[in-house]
Unconditional design. Sequence first.
Length: 424
Amino acid sequence: MNARDAERLLAAADPVATERLDGLDFEAMEADLLADIEGGRAALEVEPAPRPHVRRPLVLALGTAALAAALALVFLVFGDGNSGRPARAYGAELIRFAESTPLLLLEGPGWRVQEVNEYKTREGNEGQMEFVTGKAVPWGSIRVTGNDEEGQYQEGLEPAAVRQRLVHLNWRELSQQNLATAIEYERGRIHPHGRHFVRLPVTDTTAFVDTHAEIFVNQGGPGDREMLALWSEDGFLLEMTAAVPDLAGMEERLDWVTKVDSQTWLEAMPPKVVKAADIRATERRMLQGVPVPKTFSLGRIPEEGLTVSHDQLAGKVTGVVACLWFRQWGEAVRSGDAAAKAEAEKALLSSPSWPVLHREYHGNYRGDIYKFALAMPQGYWEWHGHHRDLLAHAEGLGCARYGLPLVPAKMKRQREDGVPPPPD
């Protein structure tokens, strides 16, 4: 877009009533806009402490950034012309991210997006979404017994009333698996309650529906069925699973599946979902109050997914930091560097007070890091009266998965295999 195009867009903007302008917080919009512009220029180093916010006047120069800022302000103030409220402006990177998904939502009354994850694999993109109505449905924990021949049983499954408030939508590119192959697999797998398949409409196509998709013998029954729908569209294989009272319930949920545009899809994302364009800024914020070693940089944090939850990202961020401290400790022990050893021990013993582990992570990482840190001064991990290699146990934090093995033998193997070390 050139300057003339921008001027035409600005000139064509609809007039706004004075009372509507009076209700807008231009200072807040200005601050958000400047933060977005500055965020795009920021380097990836971690700042030791947040800087105090300084207000600056909004100056529109005659450059590309100024034109982009002016247009963003137009869209923020004037909205989309139809909704009667200001529309949020999304950058090109977020739009590209949204368009890498099937752009589907479950638009049932009271339903919303609970979770989104998308991953880049060698074969292509794949992802999953969770839709929920009512209170958030937490991850469950079940115990499985039995075998494939005699049937599997589960303990700890949530009640039907809870499971029927949740819908899962998975997708992968058809280059990874086509619809015919997926249907063949679904027909052939074990069905403890028998096989029953139907076809139901979804969006502009037809889905293959397994109405007895239960895995466990003691799962499902009248008023509580697990169903699975398979279909393909726009280059994706789609799989939707839901606990429903009956076939009509599944038909209703499929009817709610709606193709939307990228703007609508992004607006439906919950705050706890971190989009690709926001990940580095979120990582910086998570690292506030966390001591980091000299070997740390944001580039060491693996970028495995296009979208992750705050919980997953917080675990990854703190995991990489902890692994680097353990790695420094191990090298210091081997070289006799008492100062580096003490620095690592002090940092990891402070992990219970790391803000990110209180605010944004709900797993047991805080306890795991701390219990290993407590063993650092003695130099070993005590297990049923035996002295074990502390670093070998600390690798359970996922260090090797992050490309940061702690045990010297694994580090040597990494070098021999030609695997490059994580970037500094």
